[in-house]
Write a protein that binds this ligand. Structure first.
Ligand SMILES: [Zn+2]
Length: 367
């Protein structure tokens, strides 16, 4: 029998259901972190938690490559009291909350792999480093606080993606937030509008002139929030807007941010006013090529199990962006999570099982 054949679907499901029932919206991961520290300790790991609340577990092994396994403990939004229901082999919430398969499916997969290793001490495997982050959904805040000098991993996999099992995200874009304040000048809209500068008009002209949406196959941009104005009879003196730009190409990202900035400054200048623009880098892009270890190992494990290997480019960010930027090449793999960040979120038990089969294969065979 292959190592993958020892994965226990009942145990994967039980672990997942237990985790889903533990409340852990971003910022409230202390209890689940405590629970997981105890679990990892029982599984033979040395454990640690940093000031941010990120959980670390290390399992010794053989060979000179340490492998990172990563998931996040927080769930998106503020939903608590999640009650999972299983219908036809698929786990859903009761319909009034998210499920939290993002990313508790990843944690359940990691725990199953560690249990198998504990039950089969004769299986050789490399040293493992597990990092479970906090506040991933708040902009990778937990991973950003990890002391990278403490990590020993040579490469890794991020269990935090959707799609068919076998999907591997080999590249992801850089993202920069754009915080904008358009200044105008207040005046009475009825008696002396010519004394005012309408910040809403300036903002509108800037947005109209700005390239937004899908800029090219590597680049996107959006203005997502706009606020301003007080009353119909006041010429508004202030509009705040928040947007973002993403690209897998750093030069294109810089050009897009420049175009957004130029549109704002031109519109402001035409009305004799000013605009404040703050560009806040959220995370950096990465590209993992087929000759790099995480790609080779994951694609090898996936294909050895007869699953369809599906390399894809990502449009979002994950903790993988942070670890890649820190010099640990890693790729997000699908756990089967679907419709995440909605009340329809669900996951097939078989997908989690297949993901666990991929991981235990990756850890116990060489590709
Ligand atoms: Zn996630």
């Amino acid at each position: 029998m292959k190592a993958a054949d020892y994965v226990r679907p009942d145990r994967v499901l039980d672990t997942f259901l237990e985790l889903v029932k533990m409340d852990s919206p971003s910022g409230q991961e202390a209890a689940i972190g405590q629970h997981l520290l105890a679990q990892f300790r029982q599984l033979g790991c040395s454990v640690d938690r940093d000031a941010a609340g990120n959980v670390f577990a290390r399992l010794s092994g053989t060979g000179d490559e340490t492998i990172l396994l990563s998931s996040h403990m927080d769930t998106v939004g503020s939903d608590t009291g999640i009650k999972p229901v299983v219908r036809d082999g698929v786990v859903y919430s009761q319909g009034d909350t998210i499920l939290g398969a993002d990313d508790k499916s990843g944690i359940a997969v990691i725990l199953e792999a560690l249990r198998l290793l504990q039950e089969h001490p004769d299986w050789e495997h490399p040293p493992l480093e597990i990092v479970l982050s906090v506040s991933e959904e708040k902009g990778l805040l937990g991973a950003k606080q990890v002391d990278m000098s403490q990590l020993q991993a040579d490469w890794g996999v991020i269990l935090d993606a959707g799609g068919p099992i076998g999907s591997l995200t080999y590249s992801a874009p850089s993202q920069t937030f754009v915080d904008i304040t358009v200044h105008g000048k207040k005046a009475h809209a009825g008696s002396s509008p010519e004394k005012g500068i309408n910040a809403i008009r300036v903002a509108a002209e800037a947005i109209t002139a700005m390239p937004l949406g899908r800029i090219d196959e590597e680049t996107t941009a959006n203005i997502g929030i706009i606020e301003g104005g007080e009353a119909t009879n006041i010429v508004p003196d202030r509009v705040s807007m928040q947007g973002e730009a993403r690209s897998r190409n750093e030069a294109k990202l810089a050009a897009q941010l420049q175009a957004m900035t130029a549109a704002l400054e031109t519109a402001a200048a035409e009305h004799g006013t000013t605009v404040d623009i703050e560009l806040r880098p959220a995370f950096s892009s990465y590209l993992i090529t087929p000759d790099q270890r995480p790609y080779m190992a994951a694609s090898g494990a996936i294909q050895s199990l007869g699953l369809t290997f599906a390399p894809q480019m990502g449009g979002g960010g994950s903790d993988g962006n942070i670890y890649n930027a820190a010099g640990i090449p890693c790729v997000p793999l699908s756990t089967g999570m679907a419709d995440v960040h909605t009340k329809d979120e669900h996951i097939a038990v078989q997908d989690m099982v297949d993901c666990a089969r991929v991981i235990i294969t990756l850890l116990t065979e060489t590709f």
